[in-house]
Write a protein of this length. Structure first.
Length: 301
């Protein structure tokens, strides 16, 4: 049940529902939309891809309960999809919702997607260090991708946990970020733009939280549910359809671990353990990220 303080907002703007994975954002957003005459705009960097359903906890039609959802199933998993592309398309969806007199309810836990929509960010890559990129590319060619990935493990173990060792482009990008030569495309600081960027909307931000122990229990139960529901079959279908294992769509938690399992790198028990572990770590980073929104109203669910 939504507390009365979060109803009848009438802010003539956009409502953002943020928080860690498995905290219940999707259900809360639908509840709020039904009471406020709103429509949901997803801000999940994996739910944008068609075919990525189980591992992304993509809300089913029944779970949407008749509430229109935007920015779900808008990207081809065989191709990369950027935060800049998301921001542009999501802005158009929000403008359409407002024009029809409805309330846009942005819901998601992808920090960069939320930030790219809430603030006017520059994605031009103006701070890119081409010299460093060329140096890293040369090292990859001469010494191999494993050497480059080992460098990333030493420079930023957390980033290495979310990049496939064989995706040289992403390894190089992560090393550039570790060296401070480019702004992040993940849950990290934006080189000062976090506070300095101009806010795009008159927004009300609701940050959902849950006790850490309870949240982790939810994460583990949900991961087990994914596997029982056939996550391995979903990943197999995606790979067979031509989705590259090293592509962005396959780097999501659940997908990269299961893809490795299918490749014989470890068994199902280990894949499940890694999914649980990586999701817990991700939730912790999400909580840290969203705490930075000082204007957010916090609600424990």
């Amino acid at each position: 049940m939504i507390p009365q303080a979060f109803l009848n907002m009438n802010n003539n703007g956009v409502i953002f529902i943020v928080g860690p994975t498995a905290v219940g954002k999707s259900e809360f957003a639908v509840d709020l939309a039904l009471k406020e005459g709103g429509e949901v705009v997803s801000a999940d960097s994996m739910q944008v891809y068609t075919g990525l359903d189980l591992g992304t906890a993509k809300p089913s039609m029944d779970e949407r309960r008749g509430v229109p959802h935007h920015m779900i199933d808008v990207a081809n998993p065989r191709e990369d999809y950027s935060a800049a592309a998301y921001s542009q398309a999501a802005q158009a969806a929000i403008a359409d919702i407002l024009e029809r007199g409805k309330t846009p309810i942005v819901c998601g836990g992808s920090g960069l997607y939320i930030h790219a929509l809430l603030y006017e960010l520059d994605f031009s890559g103006r701070d890119r260090d081409e010299g460093l990129r060329a140096e890293l590319a040369k090292e990859a060619e001469e010494k191999g991708g494993d050497y480059l990935f080992a460098r990333l493990l030493e420079a930023d173990p957390d980033a290495a946990a979310h990049v496939h060792p064989h995706n040289i482009k992403r390894v190089i990008r992560a090393l550039e970020r570790a060296a401070g030569s480019v702004e992040s495309d993940g849950l990290r600081d934006f080189g000062g733009t976090f506070d300095a960027a101009k806010q795009r909307y008159a927004a009300r931000i609701i940050r959902l939280t849950a006790p850490r122990t309870e949240l982790y229990e939810r994460i583990e139960r949900r991961a087990e549910g994914f596997f029982k529901a056939g996550l391995a079959d979903e990943v197999q279908r995606l790979l067979e359809s031509g989705v590259p294992r090293a592509g962005t769509a396959m780097q999501g938690i659940g997908y990269k671990e299961v893809a490795a399992m299918l490749a014989g790198e470890y068994d199902e028990a280990e894949a499940l353990r890694l999914v649980k572990q990586n999701t817990r770590r991700y939730a912790k980073r999400q909580e840290t990220w969203f705490k930075r929104y000082d204007a957010a109203e916090t609600l424990s669910v």
